[in-house]
Design a protein around this ligand. Structure first.
Ligand code: NAD
Ligand code: ZN
Length: 355
């Protein structure tokens, strides 16, 4: 059986295209009492960009902190805040920020129409009811969260996405102007998330021509952005993120993501930098990718923190291994159906202790 994927319904792309968001939302407003919820990265709280948000007085603008990666508790709290704001459901939820903020917006739009806690839905296809109309506007590119069918959350037990067709954005606005401001190191780490998606997708056992076509283009764009940059690097990075995300829709990520989820669950290390720390130790799995990644680090003057895992308590290390081992599809994509004969707890421990 082939998987029948849902993709983003509408895509708006181009420098300055963000200004068309107002008109797009206008079509969704349904008269009296209708309102839109804007979920915005709080980096924009005192930023001139705040004045460009097309929020009406009746709308709700919520600034979110992404100092910690999104948790199920935070999603539940935000959902409650929206429910308390009005007796009726919003006409739309708009997430404006990096992968964390877009994921929060996706999750809130789902939880407004599905009962219980977001932790109940971490997994694959557990969501029953369609989400509120939701829009993603990236201000940092690389994660592919704008196109994926998941919202990655740290729950009480594990870091795992709410993977479902309903998670996918109804509309995305890709405006390269918006990704000009992140600090260079953050831009690199999130850009490398995209590069690593491509390496893991293109070397994985799940690869097919659909994933390969997207993955190869995304990888070429990443190389241009991080090794031969030109003035249109933001355009390229935005499209690399989109294509990288599309590549893993039909394949999977691999060893780096399986290990980095454990790292972020236990040590709170963010996804982009966590992937870089892990990937740097995976030459035996991805020899060419890791060598090129190191060239990109050198070219961009990036150095990574060392010894983040070495010396941590045994219990924490064991928990990291547990989290990583829950991600069967990632290991299977990387190493094939017999991955359990290659990957043991001791093997993972040895890899973690290098980081
Ligand atoms: P992020 O959203 O966590 O943001 C990183 C930092 O950049 C934050 O401090 C943020 O305030 C800042 N920032 C964002 N835009 C900015 C701008 N324009 N100017 C200045 N600062 C800006 O980073 P990310 O790497 O985009 O996202 C990581 C998150 O995405 C993780 O939680 C990860 O689990 C998730 N993720 C989701 C998917 C998915 O498919 N849903 C895929 C990969 C990763
Ligand atoms: Zn990733």
């Amino acid at each position: 059986m082939f998987r029948n994927f849902k993709t983003v319904s509408r895509v708006l792309y181009g420098r300055g295209s963000f200004d068309q968001l107002e008109g797009i939302l206008q079509e969704k407003r349904k008269g009296n009492g209708s309102y839109i919820v804007f979920i915005l990265d709080d980096v924009f709280k005192d930023h001139p960009f705040r004045d460009r948000i097309p929020a009406l007085e009746t709308d709700r603008v919520i600034f979110v902190s992404v100092d910690e990666e999104p948790t199920t508790a935070y999603v539940d709290d935000l959902t409650l805040r929206v429910q308390r704001f009005s007796g009726i459901l919003p006409a739309g939820v708009v997430g404006i920020g990096g992968g964390s903020t877009m994921d929060l917006a996706k999750a809130v739009s789902l939880m407004l129409t599905n009962p219980g806690s977001s932790a109940d839905y971490q997994g694959w296809d557990l969501i029953r009811n369609p989400a509120i109309y939701h829009v993603g506007v990236p201000t940092l590119s690389g994660t592919g969260a704008e196109v994926s069918r998941t919202t990655v959350l740290i729950g009480p037990q594990r870091k795992l996405g709410i993977n479902s067709d309903h998670t996918v954005f109804d509309q995305i606005v890709l405006d390269p102007d918006l990704i000009a401001s992140p600090p260079a190191d953050q831009r690199f780490y999130t850009g490398m998330d995209c590069y690593i998606h491509c390496v893991e997708s293109l070397t994985g056992t799940y690869l097919n021509a659909f994933s390969k076509a997207y993955g190869e283009k995304a990888m070429t764009l990443c190389r241009e952005v991080f090794l031969t940059p030109t003035p249109d690097a933001d355009e390229k990075m935005m499209m690399a993120s989109y294509f990288g995300g599309m590549s893993i829709v039909y394949s999977q990520v691999g060893v780096c993501h399986a290990l980095s989820y454990g790292l972020s669950f236990v040590l709170g290390i963010h996804h982009g930098i966590g992937n870089c720390i892990v990937f740097n130790q995976l030459e035996e799995f991805y020899p060419e990718g890791v060598r090129e990644f190191r060239r990109m680090m050198d070219f961009n003057g990036i150095s990574l923190p060392e010894n983040r895992v070495f010396g941590i308590e045994v219990q924490k290390l064991e928990k990291m291994i547990d989290v990583s081992l829950t991600l069967d599809p990632l290991w299977e994509n990387a190493l094939g159906k017999a991955w359990k004969s290659v990957i043991t707890r001791d093997r993972i421990k040895e890899l973690y202790l290098r980081m």
